[in-house]
Design a protein around this ligand. Structure first.
Ligand SMILES: *[C@@H]1O[C@H](CO)[C@@H](O)[C@H](O)[C@H]1NC(C)=O
Ligand SMILES: *[C@@H]1O[C@H](CO)[C@@H](O)[C@H](O)[C@H]1NC(C)=O
Ligand SMILES: *[C@@H]1O[C@H](CO)[C@@H](O)[C@H](O)[C@H]1NC(C)=O
Ligand SMILES: *[C@@H]1O[C@H](CO)[C@@H](O)[C@H](O)[C@H]1NC(C)=O
Length: 462
């Protein structure tokens, strides 16, 4: 992917974008056209793969499972791969699956695991419309369980949905609003974890740039980074470390940020180390489903690692002691210095790392049942392959400069698992790359806004 690592933050990025509007759009349009050409070029490849898969599928197709305790399950976030993974895992256990998404052009709706598809209202514009649209679907389809595969901006709305669904006897796999606000607020989360004696980086709340300028860095051994509490776009790889070399540089950097009482930031200890992300499904404090993957720069490679007992222990402790429910995905830094994992933040939603369960039959029970799991959380098999998205690898392949990179990508293509591809469910793979992604790109071409990457995972452009 064309990376924008040299830019210090999304805010700075935006201000640059606004200052040279025209050339920027020309460049972005060229890049989108590049992507469209890639999708066009890859079309015969995906077509051939799909045709072969269809043949294998028809020959090896197993009769669908009859589950006497089948539930009627609604899954949201239908455009994302993580939702598709949930759909497949639950369908394979014999449940009746309904999918919903904010826009109709979600090709995952053509998965054979889905019985019905509905378009719900946009969350971003009006929460109450969204909540009402989910309630309507639940009533019409007599849904027993609602599993939100939320975007970051609908976590809280999904908590409100949970309350609205209670009188309808529909269970929502989502935390209460109070817990969710604690988990998704980077400052509250770190404060809570610290109060439980769990390892987190030092974190200060910043509501005024002055607080940073007046901070006595000479007392600290470490460097710090600034992160916006409300905004998730800024990635670790593009962060400026504080203090800058000169005071003026610090001032200049702070001037590019919009820090205020209404838009608070955190100043967090920068811990050099290796980053891991986890997915967790939790019920009344019991961690039931768990995957842990090394974080990659664009979070588009997932391979479960099962030799990180300290991270698992951290997650289990936190869940148990806060008695949370729903889905909680924690990000960790494993310090190079002391080898301990430090949680840097929590996203209370399904994590795309859930794709690592592509061939595991135990996922459904962790969402549907509440019976205590005697042997701890269900985890992906230790020999699961690394999951990737085909077109990202192809794009990377076009950009390689070294033989090593080339071989690494080839190895991944052949040894890994395409995240959307499935012999049991061949269509989403083909349609996602031939209809959905080009559609998103063309919409973008007509109405360009700044983006840093084409994300097949979330199937939208950031
Ligand atoms: C959202 O929609 C509801 C009903 O359609 C309306 O009553 C409410 O005022 C809207 N809220 C906002 C913030 O637009
Ligand atoms: C955890 O929360 C559940 C549901 O809110 C409650 O029934 C249970 O008693 C709580 N457990 C503990 C140990 O507080
Ligand atoms: C892929 O999905 C995960 C989980 O929703 C998200 O955290 C991550 O940022 C996504 N990847 C990219 C490149 O946005
Ligand atoms: C899951 O996939 C891995 C790697 O392809 C394989 O070794 C393992 O046997 C599979 N497990 C099941 C239950 O299919």
């Amino acid at each position: 992917m064309a990376q924008i690592n040299n830019l210090q933050s999304s805010k700075m990025y935006m201000s640059r974008v606004l200052s040279n509007l025209k050339p920027y759009y020309i460049y972005e349009r060229a890049r989108i056209i590049g992507f469209l050409l890639l999708f066009l070029l890859a079309f015969p490849v995906t077509l051939v793969i799909t045709l072969i898969t269809l043949v294998i599928h028809c020959v090896t197709r197993k009769p669908s499972i009859v589950n006497p305790n089948a539930k009627r399950i609604l899954i949201s976030g239908g455009g994302m791969t993580k939702a598709l993974q949930l759909v497949r895992s639950l369908y394979m256990a014999g449940h009746y699956i309904v999918l919903t998404e904010e826009y109709p052009f979600t090709t995952h709706r053509f998965s054979r695991c889905i019985s019905r598809f509905y378009v719900c209202a946009f969350t971003k514009t009006n929460h109450s419309d969204y909540i009402q649209s989910i309630v309507d679907i639940v009533q019409r389809e007599r849904i027993d369980i609602f599993i939100p595969a939320s975007h970051s901006w609908c976590e809280c709305a999904d908590s409100l949905v949970k309350e609205a669904l209670l009188p309808l006897n529909c269970v929502t796999v989502q935390g209460d609003l109070k817990d969710l606000e604690m988990l998704s607020n980077k400052y509250e989360f770190c404060t809570r974890a610290r109060s439980l004696g769990l390892s987190v980086p030092k974190t200060y709340k910043i509501t005024d740039p002055k607080q940073v300028l007046e901070f006595d860095f000479s007392k600290e051994k470490c460097q710090f980074i600034l992160k916006c509490i409300a905004d998730d776009i800024v990635t670790r790889w593009s962060l400026t470390k504080l203090p800058c070399q000169t005071k003026q540089q610090t001032i200049d950097y702070l001037n590019t940020l919009t820090i205020s009482k209404t838009n608070p930031w955190i100043m967090q200890e920068f811990i050099p180390g290796k980053e891991y992300c986890t997915h967790g499904t939790v019920h009344n404090g019991e961690l039931r489903l768990y995957a842990c993957c090394e974080s990659s720069p664009w979070l588009l490679h997932y391979k479960h690692v099962d030799n990180k007992p300290l991270i698992l222990q951290w997650v289990q402790d936190f869940c148990l002691r806060t008695n949370i429910s729903g889905q909680a995905s924690f990000d960790f830094i494993e310090s190079y210095e002391d080898g301990r994992p430090y949680a840097i933040e929590c996203n209370p939603r399904t994590h795309t790392a859930i794709v690592a369960f592509y061939n595991h039959s135990g996922v459904a029970e962790t969402y549907v049942d509440t019976k205590h799991l005697l042997h701890g959380p269900i985890q992906p098999y230790s020999n699961t392959r690394e999951c990737y998205w085909l077109h990202h690898e192809l794009w990377d392949l076009l950009n390689v400069r070294h033989m090593e990179d080339f071989l690494r990508i080839l190895r991944r293509l052949f040894n890994g698992k395409e995240a959307i591809y499935s012999v049991e469910d061949p269509l989403p793979f083909f349609l996602h790359y031939t209809l959905h992604m080009p559609y998103v790109l063309i919409c973008h071409l007509l109405n360009p806004t700044p983006f840093t990457k084409v994300d097949c995972n979330l199937s939208l452009i950031l």
